[in-house]
Ligand binder design. Structure first.
Ligand SMILES: [Zn+2]
Length: 334
């Protein structure tokens, strides 16, 4: 306990909140910019158990804004969850870190939440749609969660306990942080600020004071800070928090061609593809990932059959490439 002396001396936090934090199970969804900052702070503060979920490897373009990772992690194509665990264990050996290398989607989110029973979920994802899935899954299983998003120099945070409006209720009000950070860029200061506000909401909740009930928005370039009282924003007809209709959660098919950040598309193949002969040239390979070039494209193939394609600007082009890949793959022995 001694190592936490300075935070326990803060009156509104104190010994009791420290004990609550040390017995809490917290789930961080996404180990990118927000997720690494959130995780580092929670581990330094002495969280009991931290479950970190992510599906990607560390890349050089992550390093300017993501905590914990090093150039060596990027060179070694280390899985983010493994690189994060390694560093977090060095920071505080008393915290149990559970890394989960998987894509969060409608087919696994409920099972993951049921298995690990987090006290709070902290959103650290980098695309907008997934947050509506988190909203539905957490509402269904009655788990409080903290929404956090950052793009450009703007970000927003909102702690959701379902007594107030849910994310779906706020859809019309949310600032436009739904844009992709690969297209619009993102400045590191907004990341650490939003991550700090997310942790602040977690700390409030664990101290028994509850979430702030504010939708917080910040701009770290114009230097502005705004809070909106959310009480009047609750939608009395909300499909999620009033009618318990979970459209995202009930979608059982993942798209085979999906637009991601910027000019990156994800093509989904069967996981057996990872171990078969592939079209194009393999540049580097590990047990989890293969980097390839094919025509003008740079491809990253993951063990679960996901292929990220860099250099596509239109959906039609992505669809055509997917078809071409399927044809090529069928020509090679499995
Ligand atoms: Zn709602």
């Amino acid at each position: 306990m001694e190592r936490y002396d300075r935070q326990m001396k803060f009156n509104d936090f104190g010994k009791n909140s420290q004990k609550n934090l040390m017995s809490a199970t917290l789930m961080v969804m996404g180990a990118g910019a927000l997720g690494t900052h959130v995780s580092e702070m929670l581990v330094r503060m002495g969280a009991g158990k931290l479950i970190i979920i992510d599906m990607d490897i560390v890349e050089m373009t992550n390093l300017h804004r993501q905590a914990l990772y090093t150039e060596k992690d990027a060179e070694d194509m280390t899985l983010k969850v493994n690189a994060a665990k390694e560093k977090l264990c060095q920071i505080n050996r008393n915290v149990e870190i559970v890394p989960i290398n998987t894509e969060i989607n409608s087919s696994n989110i409920s099972a993951i939440l049921r298995k690990y029973q987090p006290d709070i979920v902290i959103d650290s994802m980098d695309h907008f749609e997934i947050r509506f899935l988190i909203n539905e899954a957490c509402h269904k299983l009655d788990i409080p969660w903290v929404y956090g998003a950052a793009v450009g120099s703007k970000g927003s945070v909102y702690g959701i306990d379902f007594k107030g409006p849910c994310l779906k209720c706020l859809m019309e009000t949310l600032p436009s942080t739904g844009e992709s950070c690969a297209i619009n860029g993102v400045l590191p200061p907004v990341i650490s600020l939003i991550a700090s506000m997310e942790v602040s909401e977690v700390i409030r909740y664990l101290s028994g004071k509850g979430f702030s009930k504010q939708l917080i928005t910040v701009d770290t370039f114009k230097i502005g800070f705004q809070t909106i009282n959310i009480d009047e924003l609750k939608n009395e007809d909300c499909v999620v928090c009033k009618n318990r209709i979970y459209e995202q959660l009930n979608k059982n098919m993942l798209p085979t061609v999906q637009s991601n950040c910027g000019s990156v598309y994800t093509l989904r193949f069967d996981e057996s593809v990872f171990n078969q002969e592939l079209p194009g040239k393999t540049i580097r390979a590990s047990a989890f990932v293969k980097l390839l070039t094919y025509k003008k494209y740079k491809l990253t193939l993951f063990k679960d059959g996901r292929m990220n394609v860099h250099g596509i600007s239109r959906k039609e082009e992505a669809n055509a490439l997917y078809k071409e890949m399927i044809e090529k793959l069928s020509e090679y022995p499995v």
